[in-house]
Write a protein that binds this ligand. Structure first.
Ligand code: DQQ
Length: 550
């Protein structure tokens, strides 16, 4: 179906056709990265949920494989839902996932590779012991899903898994279970974490991060690395109520299996988000080869279901992102496209020291602009601006809100400025990626990072929001952003990945050779210098169909 074929992405993972949602059970095995995903074999809308499967040598180029699991038992006939992989010290792989039973009850299930000698892990056997867990007393029959990767508890050397749920007062929570053999599980008396008002927790993820730069600050950690000096634990939940992924950094107490956030005000579900745009039901895994933790997230569409059915497909996976503790701020994670993306870089253009005057738009001649990797560094001369000279903008610098703002056309003293991507020559279509600085009455500057899709497309029946949040900027730092453009997705990372935004956009004119890139400064009174702009055209990834001859 050639319908709207320019919206297909070239280096983001997509199935050949139909609906996809959550990434499932990512793992590395015998030379291959495996990605499983929630997939509908029969259409471009959610339903008939099975596990699609693909493998890669480098997280970028993929080979599609036959579905790993389909609904074929009473316990998962209404859907083979989300789950996670655990690799045991002896190399064995266990896959835990949720089944929706013939009665629509959510139960936990175990599957293992039928042939561990097959590096592609094409066949999976569901355990004779299934279901291995059913909803415990006090938990709703449809509020019990998405088991995590297991970790070893150092106090009793037994495994733990967490499962998301909610209580009768609408508090979101994570239950913890103990197991030695992955067949029998003991519920633990305490909850790992409860946060009132957050509702159902989907796709809980739990993992250690290194926060001591002197120790191992630059590497990811295996899920079973115990709490101790230099280690913090991240808890992530996907809130069914608002469809966003929230994380918090805190401390895991192995004696009680409780997790406590560093700062109660930014607890999981109420504080930081992985991404302030379209990004949900994400999951990390530990890559033992490159010793890093890699994050995948489901990126849905922002068009209508009707159009998805016409196109015959719906949803992408994010670019796999490496995840590290930000040791400079000590309070947030850093997400960054895995380094292998850079192998797709072709012709690059560099622009240095471009002055972007208030109220101006500067075209950047880069040739083809539908598949790009952009790295931009801006220097802003706040002291020389009207705001710097003393005038105060707004009583509270933190009150600016990208989503409630007028977007890139709303002018302030110190913003917005940044880039326009997927823009046509006449700027009738454009997606703006920008910074907006605000100086409060206290003289403090706050930096907001936003992405505006208001003018991204002339088409109707689309959601075109302004997304964004604040981003920490430390003394002496310039403002920097990395942007990946891939036909119908703009995925951006500010200040090294402290704040990330993903938008789905569907230009009708800024397509093929008509897509352009511009710098803009729509602030009224600040000079912005684009210190360094590097733009590479990105090659397409090979994402190949399965052949039975393999
Ligand atoms: N998607 C799965 C569930 C999960 C939800 C079903 C999150 O297991 O809770 O497709 O998007």
């Amino acid at each position: 179906n050639a319908m709207l074929s320019w919206q297909r992405t070239a280096f983001h993972f997509q199935p050949e056709k139909n609906w996809m949602n959550d990434p499932n059970g990512p793992l590395y095995y015998k030379g291959w990265y495996h990605l499983f995903y929630q997939w509908n074999p029969h259409g471009a809308v959610w339903g008939n949920i099975s596990w699609g499967h693909a493998v890669s040598r480098d997280l970028i180029h993929w080979l599609h494989l036959p579905p790993a699991m389909v609904p074929d038992h009473w316990y998962d006939i209404n859907g083979v839902w989300s789950g996670s992989a655990t690799q045991l010290p002896d190399g064995r792989i266990v896959m835990l996932y949720t089944g929706s039973t013939e009665d629509g009850v959510q139960v936990q299930l175990l599957a293992e590779p039928a042939d561990p000698s097959d590096p592609l892990l094409r066949c999976w056997v569901k355990s004779e012991s299934n279901p291995i867990l059913v909803p415990p007393p006090g938990i709703g029959l449809t509020d019990f899903r998405d088991p995590t990767t297991a970790w070893l508890n150092p106090t009793d050397k037994a495994w733990r898994i967490a499962i998301g749920s909610k209580d009768q007062e609408h508090a979101g929570l994570a239950l913890v279970y103990r197991t030695k053999d992955f067949v029998r599980y003991d519920p633990l008396p305490t909850l790992m974490r409860v946060v009132s008002g957050t509702g159902m927790w989907e796709c809980v993820d739990f993992y250690p991060v290194a926060f001591d730069p002197a120790a191992s600050g630059e590497v990811g950690l295996d899920t079973s690395v115990p709490p101790g000096p230099g280690v913090k634990h991240v808890l992530k939940t996907s809130l069914d109520d608002d469809r966003h992924d929230y994380y918090a950094i805190g401390t895991y107490d192995a004696e009680t299996d409780r997790w406590t956030p560093d700062d109660e005000a930014i607890d999981v579900g109420i504080g930081l988000r992985y991404d302030y745009g379209k990004f949900y039901a994400s999951k990390t895994f530990y890559d033992p080869v490159r010793r890093r933790r890699v994050l995948w997230g489901w990126i849905g569409e922002s068009d209508s279901e009707r159009v998805d059915i016409l196109k015959g497909w719906s949803s992408l996976q994010s670019i796999p992102r490496s995840v590290l503790m930000d040791t400079k701020t000590g309070s947030n994670l850093l997400q960054w496209p895995v380094v292998e993306v850079e192998n797709l870089r072709m012709r690059g253009k560099h622009f240095d020291g471009l002055a972007v005057q208030p109220g101006s738009v500067v075209p950047l001649d880069v040739g083809k602009a539908t598949q790009l990797d952009i790295e931009a560094v801006f220097h802003v001369d706040v002291d020389a601006s009207a705001a710097g000279a003393g005038s105060v903008v707004g009583a509270d610098a933190s009150s600016y809100n990208c989503s409630a703002s007028a977007g890139a056309s709303g002018r302030g003293l110190l913003g917005p400025f940044g880039l326009l991507v997927l823009a046509d020559e006449g700027l009738s279509e454009q997606t703006a990626v920008y910074f907006y600085l605000v100086k409060g009455a206290d003289g403090k500057l706050s930096t907001h990072f936003c992405q505006d899709a208001f003018r991204s497309s002339k088409a109707n029946d689309l959601v075109k929001p302004v997304y964004g949040s604040s981003v920490p900027v430390l003394d002496g730092e310039d403002l920097s952003v990395r942007i990946l453009v891939d036909h119908s997705i703009v995925e951006s990372f500010a200040q090294g990945g402290r704040t990330c935004i993903t938008s789905r956009v569907y230009p009708t004119k800024a397509i093929y050779d008509n897509a352009r890139v511009f710098l803009f400064n729509n602030a009224t009174s600040v000079n912005v210098t684009a210190k360094s702009i590097k733009i590479w055209e990105l090659n397409s990834a090979y994402i190949r169909p399965y052949s039975n001859s393999l």
